[in-house]
Design a binder for this molecule. Structure first.
Ligand code: NAD
Ligand code: UGA
Length: 333
């Protein structure tokens, strides 16, 4: 768990399935749900017996009553048996990461983000699961004029990854719109989530790691790009609220905690550790947008959710977790 506690939630589902449970967001979500009394089935294709990141992410859940882990690939496993009696599916499994999606791995983005999601929605419909919360992405908005993105804005995805995330959320919503579909869908557009156990390809993790180790940090572009950095506990709280708010449906932004540039992230990392990161500047990467900024109105109105953790406190908790967990700290960026 992270150093902060997620905000007290009024309710948690009785029984939940978390796909992508061996990942960054999924493992935090599963842990919070189980701690609050839910029974959770976690599904992930990464096997904690052989995958160090999966093992580190799942360590706090090992042997915890109420948590059952299943190693399976949603592209070919039998999904229905996993869903029996579930109140909600949290569908977080997928291939994340903007920049690699231009490369040969794109096929995996399509199969895991789109085809696997189609299988999950089909199984949910057949079993009659009442609700599915799917992880969408701020990247579906594409380039903006720097203003806040509202859910009704026309999406303009600027990377292959973002195209698959838009397809994923719209696919779930198309299933839900079918007559007699028993599954209500909420698609959460997460904005750059950070905190303990963040994926090692992501910028905040790399900046903190560079500050701690003295290794150089690769900076793509001039560092003026801005993100609505969202702390993991805030993201988890919003995700649970999406499952437990009966009126919640459709697309909702989950972001707005701290809008900051990469240079500000570097500055905070420097100040937390007390030395200056060596920055190696490289060309900007294709498909990276200059600014993401969430309009948080719908999340506030529908979910009663507002982010609580500012970037400095969140990065401090992230750094403390890295230094306290040598296994995670050892992950090389
Ligand atoms: P992550 O890579 O840590 O977790 C994703 C997990 O999904 C992995 O453990 C992976 O093994 C699993 N998975 C992928 N394909 C699978 C399949 N076919 N069957 C079973 N498991 C499969 O990523 P994360 O950062 O925790 O992101 C979780 C979700 O949230 C992703 O869908 C991502 O696109 C989305 N998202 C993340 C962020 C962020 O800032 N981290 C922001 C927006 C959206
Ligand atoms: C993040 C997640 O990685 C995606 O999975 C997610 O879908 C997306 O947020 C989202 O909000 O929807 P991104 O905003 O690109 O994507 O976050 P980072 O991967 O942390 O990158 C942030 C910025 O740092 C980018 O401009 C990137 O080019 C830059 N960066 C990243 C570097 O300069 N150096 C690095 O080593 C890594």
């Amino acid at each position: 768990m992270s150093q902060h506690s997620p905000h007290p939630t009024t309710a948690v589902p009785r029984r939940a399935v978390v796909t992508g449970a061996a990942g960054f967001i999924g493992s935090h979500l599963a842990h919070t749900l189980v701690q609050a009394g839910a029974v959770v089935v976690g599904v992930d294709r990464r096997d904690p017996a052989t995958d160090r990141t999966a093992a580190a992410n799942l360590a706090a859940l090992q042997g915890v009553p109420g948590y059952m882990h299943v190693t399976a690939d949603l592209l070919n496993c039998a999904i229905e048996p996993l869903l029996v009696d579930a109140d909600v599916i949290f569908h977080l499994a997928g291939i994340p990461g903007v920049r690699p999606s231009w490369g040969p791995q794109f096929g995996e983005y399509v199969t895991c983000n789109v085809l696997a999601t189609h299988r999950v929605m089909g199984a949910s419909t057949r079993i009659g699961v009442p609700r599915l919360v799917v992880a969408s992405s701020s990247s579906v908005y594409g380039p903006t004029d720097g203003g806040a993105s509202v859910e009704t804005d026309r999406p303009q995805p600027a990377s292959p990854y973002a195209v698959t995330k838009l397809a994923e959320e719209q696919l779930c919503l198309a299933h839900a719109a079918q007559a007699h579909c028993p599954t209500a869908v909420v698609a959460l557009r997460y904005f750059t989530v950070y905190g303990p156990r963040q994926r090692s390809d992501m910028f905040t993790h790399r900046a903190i790691q560079a500050a701690l180790t003295g290794q150089p940090l690769r900076l793509y572009g001039d560092g003026h790009q801005r993100r609505d950095f969202t702390y993991i506990d805030d993201a988890v709280t919003a995700t649970i609220a999406a499952a437990t708010t009966p009126s919640a449906q459709g697309v909702i932004n989950v972001g707005g905690g701290s809008n900051a540039s990469l240079l500000e992230v570097i500055h905070i990392a420097n100040s937390l550790v007390g030395r200056d990161i060596q920055v190696h500047q490289q060309n900007p990467r294709t498909g990276d947008v200059l600014t993401t900024r969430a309009n948080p109105g719908r999340a506030r109105e529908v979910l009663g959710w507002q982010p609580q953790v500012d970037l400095h406190s969140g990065m401090r908790a992230h750094m403390q977790a890295l230094t306290a967990e040598p296994a995670a700290y050892g992950r090389v960026a």
